[in-house]
Design a protein around this ligand. Structure first.
Ligand code: AMP
Length: 114
């Protein structure tokens, strides 16, 4: 998608603080961190949001979540945990229309969200 900022990050047209990359997945620090640890994982393939997942994406999503787990542990969230969040569309608070998993950790987080 030409006008998608996360696709531009995938293509290297916008800089990011990369944590992990392979053929299908990219992880990078959130530009506006809401916790001491706050990073995003995205599929490189442009999927707008979780509502647009297809059954053919099952393995990709499984890999994305396992990578979220692995990187959360690497970044020190293994013992006390973290929050794994997927916002979707307007009511879900999604601001970037490219599917992404937030991982937030390093401090206790309130629940429920506002
Ligand atoms: P959401 O509101 O769930 O769509 O989250 C989008 C997230 O992307 C926000 O937490 C933003 O701070 C983050 N974000 C937006 N632009 C960038 C960027 N260029 N690099 C890293 N994170 C970004």
């Amino acid at each position: 998608m030409d006008d998608c900022i996360f696709c531009k990050i995938v293509k290297g047209e916008i800089p990011s603080k990369k944590i992990y990359e392979d053929d299908e997945i990219l992880a990078f620090h959130d530009v506006s961190p809401q916790a001491p640890v706050h990073f995003l994982l995205i599929p490189k393939k442009h999927i707008r949001n979780i509502m647009e997942l297809d059954t053919s994406d099952t393995a990709l999503l499984g890999r994305l979540l396992f990578k979220a787990q692995e990187l959360a542990v690497d970044l020190g969230c293994g013992e006390k945990g973290a929050r794994f969040v997927i916002n979707c569309k307007e009511n879900g608070g999604q601001t970037v229309d490219h599917l992404h998993v937030h991982v937030l950790g390093g401090r206790p987080l309130d629940w429920p969200p506002g």
